[in-house]
Ligand binder design. Structure first.
Ligand code: ATP
Ligand code: MG
Length: 390
């Protein structure tokens, strides 16, 4: 019998209808990432069991550990709910371990209360059986070199040695759909990842200023999406050219206000796109106090350019924490590639840190906002990015 993969999940607070939706969404998301692996995903009480062909096993484990909502995965061996069969399988598993692994403990979880032996008794029965079979083994509850876990389910018993932690969080798509403002920088991909972790399905929006920025900087956004898609499935990437807006702001408005004015234009465009595609919130990579455009005053003035909810998952994170996260999720190496961003192209020497909404609005009143927005929206291009899977 080939081994299966046990998938554990769960926000502790899940109850009733929410639980059903969570499980349904999680199952769909797992099936999606495994669609080319010839695997089946079955739900059993409080668990999923994934079976597939041996040759894909490592890929399946790797992909499942990136699905939000999964708490941990284990490669398990299955047998019937029969004491002798369980003992036999336990001995087979332990027999494959190197002899240096000689301190052990047994951990039983009796999900099925009909099983005649309670968990502590099962630990003892299996422990003594293994010691009889393998005299070099010593029971060590505090610092074992391996733990043999037994789960007694309703139909089957499962034995396993390891447990790989998943990412936790909520299955992507369960809390809604959002629009990630994705630059080529370090922060916004992390913000997108965190939003996805809390169950948001994201589409991405990237602003570029071709021909002032190279095509390569747009490809960076594609690469970042490809990475993020590894966690949540296909991502739609929208690109909008804002070169015209930047030129207009530069010629019509004071230099030190250009960053705030540009941010407000970006937020407006994101709002229009969000409305068009029925997205419920936008997500940015802002972190309080990180740069001039991220003081409380600047964030406030920028926010007022839209009615749409803006989520800022990084607001309380230090740059170092963001970089560490970016490295673990795999976006950092893409973000640090040296291609210029549209914002660096026309960067003023000393941007304001405490903009006044009134002053900003007076400058905007002199511009043909609707015309500029419409022209920018007309440059919209959308591509659908598939994940880079191992
Ligand atoms: P990042 O590392 O995400 O670029 P940052 O620290 O450089 O962030 P800013 O340049 O002030 O900060 O941008 C703040 C946020 O505005 C970004 O995190 C991103 O969400 C959005 N943003 C900035 N530039 C762009 C862009 N070219 N396209 C889409 N969104 C952008
Ligand atoms: Mg940036």
């Amino acid at each position: 019998m080939p081994a299966k993969i046990m998938v554990r999940y769960g926000e502790i607070a899940l109850k009733g209808k929410n639980r059903g939706q969570f499980e349904h969404k999680l199952q769909r998301n797992m099936k999606k990432v495994l669609q080319d692996c010839q695997a089946t995903v079955k739900r059993e009480r409080g668990r999923f069991m994934v079976s597939g062909v041996e040759e894909y096993r490592d890929i399946i484990l790797e992909r499942l550990s990136k699905v939000f909502g999964v708490v941990s995965v284990s490669l398990v061996e299955e047998t019937s709910l029969d004491l002798e069969q369980i003992k036999k399988l336990a001995a087979e598993i332990v027999n494959k371990l190197p002899p240096e692994q000689n301190k052990f403990r047994v951990e039983t979880r009796r999900v099925n209360k009909q099983f005649p032996y309670p968990s502590p008794e099962m630990n003892q029965i299996l422990g003594s059986h293994l010691q009889e079979q393998f005299p070099h083994l010593i029971v060590n509850l505090k610092q074992p070199t391996f733990t043999l876990s037994l789960e007694l389910g309703y139909k089957k018993a499962y034995l396993y040695l390891d447990q790989t932690a998943g990412l936790g969080g909520l299955p992507v798509g369960i809390t809604g759909r959002g629009l990630l403002l994705l630059s080529g920088g370090i922060d916004s991909p992390v913000a997108g990842w965190l939003a996805m972790k809390r169950g948001l399905m994201v589409e991405a929006l990237h602003f570029h200023s071709f021909p002032f920025t190279s095509r390569r900087s747009q490809e960076k956004a594609v690469d970042l999406c490809r990475n993020l898609a590894g966690y949540g499935g296909k991502i739609s990437l929208h690109s909008i050219n804002i070169a015209n807006i930047q030129k207009e702001l530069r010629s019509q408005c004071p230099d030190e206000l250009s960053v705030i004015l540009l941010r407000r234009m970006m937020i407006r465009l994101a709002g229009l796109l969000g409305e068009r595609y029925g997205l419920q919130a936008m997500i940015t990579g802002e972190s309080l106090g990180q740069v001039a455009s991220q003081t409380l005053e600047s964030i406030d003035v920028v926010s007022k350019a839209t009615e749409m909810l803006i989520l800022r998952p990084l607001i309380g994170m230090d740059k170092k924490e963001i970089i560490d996260k970016a490295s673990t999720i795999g976006t950092y190496q893409i973000s640090i590639l040296p291609y210029e961003d549209c914002c660096t192209v026309f960067m003023p020497k000393s941007p304001v840190t405490k903009p006044s909404l009134e002053v900003i609005e007076n400058h905007e009143a002199k511009l043909d906002l609707d015309g500029l927005l419409e022209k920018a929206i007309n440059s919209l291009e959308t591509t659908h990015i598939q994940p880079t899977h191992s």
